[in-house]
Design a protein around this ligand. Structure first.
Ligand code: BMP
Length: 264
């Protein structure tokens, strides 16, 4: 049986600067929790980021659902990410030809490349899409990165096993920029690739209902059984009475599950 490698060791092993930075934050803060800040008010997002920031390694945004977007507030978010030492992940899910995603990533209203540490892309468009994003990222001194969506949490999605396998192959071919996956279970033993998993709630059946096809699993299942590295939690935290307290519970549960996996 293969030995589990710690986040700390993985930070050492990987040549990908984004992965290194993330693994370092995870081991320093003892957190493998990503908070999905799916709110429509930027002011609320900033308040939550300040409260929850100490307990997360990543804050995930959907910048295009904010009603009061502006670049000054983006700067405040960046300041909070420095204050609390978390990374900003814009969940943009790029999926077009290279030339288009390059503009979508760096231009437009949101100028995502300026403030996000990393983004994600569907693998459907192939290497040109990855190449386009990579080119746009090259203009920055600090590391930028991208995750490929290898699996989805929602019911009846069209991704099959072959698509997932091809996605892993695409990631391996671009491992200077692609440093992991959005997925539901571990896909590769390459320690440099991180597995980030949405669709998480403490009580997957009695939790908040989602009538739009979202499927939930528990933090323990995701980390211990499915061997993922990071859990993504949105409504499990947002809809709770005390989001900061609940985030701490998710953080502790996910990290304990990781420690248990290391010692198995
Ligand atoms: P929630 O925990 O409230 O269900 O939110 C999950 C978040 O993760 C959402 O922002 C969603 O866009 C994202 N997500 C997902 O739920 N499943 C996937 O397969 C990929 C995602 O990015």
């Amino acid at each position: 049986k293969e030995k589990e490698i710690s986040f700390e060791e993985r930070a050492e092993i990987t040549n990908n600067k984004m992965a290194k930075k993330l693994f370092q934050i995870m081991s320093l803060k003892q957190s493998n929790l990503c908070f999905s800040a799916d709110v429509e008010s930027f002011d609320l997002l900033l308040k939550l980021a300040d409260e929850i920031g100490p307990n997360i390694c990543i804050l995930k945004t959907h910048i295009d659902i904010l009603n009061d977007f502006n670049m000054d507030k983006v700067q405040e978010l960046v300041n909070l990410s420095i204050k609390h030492n978390f990374l900003i992940f814009e969940d943009r899910k790029f999926a077009d030809i290279g030339n288009t995603v390059k503009s979508q990533y760096s231009g437009g209203v949101y100028k995502i490349s300026q403030w996000s540490n990393f983004v994600n892309a569907h693998s459907i468009a192939g290497s040109g899409c990855v190449q386009g994003l990579k080119e746009a990222a090259l203009q920055y001194d600090e590391p930028k990165g991208c995750l490929l969506i290898a699996q989805l949490s929602c019911k009846n999605n069209l991704i099959d096993k072959t698509y997932t396998e091809k996605t892993v192959k695409l990631a391996e071919e671009h491992s200077d920029f692609i440093f992991g996956f959005i997925c539901q279970n571990k896909l590769t033993d390459n320690p440099g690739f991180i597995h980030i998993t949405p669709g998480i709630q403490f009580n997957e059946n009695n939790g908040m209902s989602d009538n739009l096809g979202q499927q939930y699993t528990t933090p323990e299942m995701a980390i211990l059984q499915n061997k993922c590295d990071v859990i993504v939690v949105g409504r499990g935290i947002l809809k709770s009475e005390n989001p900061a307290e609940t985030a701490l519970k998710y953080k502790n549960t996910a990290y304990e599950a990781y420690l248990k996996r290391l010692n198995l």
